[in-house]
Design a protein around this ligand. Structure first.
Ligand code: SF4
Length: 404
């Protein structure tokens, strides 16, 4: 892996989804500019991504030492930009988000890949700035996706992970109807072993959708459905278009179908009372989700929620999110115990040199976000291959096992 120190040009790809992401992006920019300063300006820095698109003028004023700022519609200009900054030039370009990029370089390990099937969002959750940053929901043409997927399959990708702000609505902008089933069935004809669908909007996950995930042979039995809260009043204020009853029934149906469920919740939305927070906590205790992330509500300028009254103190929001995160960690550790003795089919991703173990995932574990299976083996193993691993215990939230 290359490091900033080895690079002639450092590209910082930023996120502007919530405050934490913005802070992280700014830290990375500062880090890159420090490396540039240490090189007496010999190294160049390009800032791109959503933060660059959303705060182009502010970034330009604040980070004068940066050599280029590129918006999300300008990725195809990256080569000419690198050439220009390498020649001591400056580039500033942040046009609207209206392009797709089919050509790609695989930055994940060769055996799994993300396929972005749409961009933008029309759901207009009141707390979210994404529709403003990335524009209206636009699906990639099916023929282009299949072309890209075919290349990935030919290159040895075993697990294809479909992503979009809302995967469940794929194709709705073609003719008013979602075409996600059609797309997945076409992808299943290619040489993938696993197809994973991330980010499903709860309203779209009806019985038919659950049956589809349950029954399609190559679709992993895993769903990422951000629920955000359980209280109907707060869900309405978030413009989430689902109620407490709907959410409870949905969770039950997904569980009954034997599908692993990952979700996220917002803590401390404007006006969230102690009672509403307690209801959420009770819901977490009751449902014992496989995986759940908890985020302190982040005020985003220009969003309807930002204008709501009764914003909570940051400390309260953080405390609520941290308490539920701790609770969820306990739940995962308990769930891990029940897996001891079971054998899971695991894809081998990586090596943990500190722990001297191989790192893999079962179908109920998405890369980069869920826990992993750490395992040992007496025979040779190959990255990207599948192995049967018997679970013998756990290490923190991760599972530990041996190849059988
Ligand atoms: S569905 Fe997701 S991306 Fe779309 S507005 Fe809601 S939170 Fe934002």
């Amino acid at each position: 892996m290359g490091s900033e120190e080895d690079a002639d040009v450092i590209i910082v790809n930023t996120c502007a989804f919530i405050d934490k992401a913005k802070e992280e992006s700014i830290d990375e920019i500062l880090g890159a500019l420090n490396v540039k300063a240490d090189s007496n300006g010999a190294k160049k820095v390009i800032i791109t991504g959503c933060l660059a698109k959303r705060y182009a003028d502010e970034l330009k004023a604040e980070f004068e030492e940066a050599d280029a700022i590129l918006g999300i519609a300008d990725y195809d200009r990256i080569v000419e930009t690198i050439e220009k900054v390498a020649d001591d030039g400056k580039v500033f370009s942040c046009f609207s988000a209206d392009k797709f990029y089919a050509d790609r370089v695989l930055t994940t390990p060769y055996h799994y890949a993300y396929l972005k099937i749409a961009d933008g969002c029309d759901n207009h959750c009141t707390y979210c700035a994404i529709p403003k940053i990335r524009g209206k929901y636009r699906s990639e043409r099916m023929e282009d996706l299949l072309k890209e997927a075919r290349k990935l399959a030919d290159d040895g990708v075993k697990e294809l992970i479909l992503v979009a702000q809302d995967v469940s609505r794929y194709g709705i902008d073609f003719d008013g109807k979602p075409h996600i089933f059609e797309l997945v069935r076409e992808l299943e004809k290619l040489d993938f072993e696993w197809i994973r669908l991330l980010y499903l909007y709860p309203e779209m996950v009806n019985d038919e959708f659950i049956d589809f995930v349950k029954n399609e042979p190559k679709v992993v039995k895993y769903m990422d459905v951000p629920l955000q809260h359980i209280d109907s009043e707060l869900l309405k204020m978030m413009n989430r278009r689902v109620s407490e009853d709907y959410v409870r029934a949905l969770v039950k149906k997904i569980k009954d179908a034997g599908i692993t469920l990952r979700t996220t919740f917002i803590c401390g939305f404007p006006g969230e009372s102690e009672a509403q927070y307690d209801k959420l906590k009770e819901f977490i205790l009751q449902e014992k989700f496989d995986f759940a992330g908890f985020f302190a509500y982040s005020r985003e300028e220009g969003t309807p929620a930002d204008k709501l009254p009764n914003h909570l103190d940051n400390k309260v929001k953080e405390a609520r999110a941290n308490a539920l995160t701790a609770l969820q960690t306990k739940i995962i550790k308990e769930k891990n115990k029940s897996l001891v003795g079971k054998t899971l089919r695991v894809i081998y991703d990586d090596i943990d040199y500190d722990k001297q173990m191989f790192v893999g995932r079962a179908e109920g574990q998405a890369p980069d976000i869920d826990n992993v299976v750490l395992f040992g083996a007496t025979d040779e193993v190959h990255i990207g291959e599948f192995y049967e691993v018997k679970i013998t215990g756990s290490d923190g939230i991760d599972l530990v096992g041996e190849i059988v």
